[in-house]
Write a protein that binds this ligand. Sequence first.
Ligand code: ADP
Ligand code: MG
Length: 236
Amino acid sequence: MTEFNFSTLIRAEGIRKNYRTGKVITEALKGIDLNIRRGEYVGIMGKSGSGKTTLLNMLAGLDSLTSGSVLIGRTDIHGMNENERARWRGENLGFIFQSFHLLPGLTLLDNVMLPLDFIGKYEEKKSRDAAMMLLEMVELEAHVNKYPSEISGGQQQRVAIARALISEPQILLADEPTGRLDAGTSEIIFNLFDQIFANGMTMIIVTHDNSLEKRFQRVIRLHDGLIVSDEKAGDS
Ligand code: ADP
Ligand code: MG
């Protein structure tokens, strides 16, 4: 049994994930136990192929488990059906991806408001004001009517951060959020993450970039589908 504590937000037990490709089975996760407390800033690190993306997807309910369980608050996320889980994700999680995933046919403002539509919380003026506030936070208020193709990759990722926050999620998750950005632009993105964390967000960021290790409050290292270390800043 992993420890239970009222501030535990995510409780993952015995997570295994096998992928099957034809006759080949890949054991991507081989038994992961993990507790994440509310307000933690966690980096999931490890080499390419170690299972980082798979673990993030399991914690977020983006894909099914082979075995194990994930509780977020009191919700058993793998116990819900596909529709319930999609809705729950929309209301509770914010996602940031390596390739930004903005819709090219929508303005930046409309991209940021889009998740509210999905969870049925769109209200014309209120949503617009909230999206404008977030676009100000990421310093793109002068560009709100542009389309994604008209701004840089770093700016697109800032829009994606604003979009991830519009539904006021409990947890912000990112998979290699700076994987396509240069060092200077990555710095801007991580400074934004610091700001979001300082405002109380629980954050889980996946990266294979060892130079980012010091940015996190807690670092979980994966190797070959298992956790090989789990250290808080200040641990020696
Ligand atoms: P990381 O994000 O650390 O690079 P992944 O979680 O993507 O690692 O992958 C872990 C392992 O699972 C790798 O061996 C990878 O090839 C395999 N894998 C990931 N996704 C799939 C998939 N959809 N089908 C088959 N194998 C997969
Ligand atoms: Mg990955």
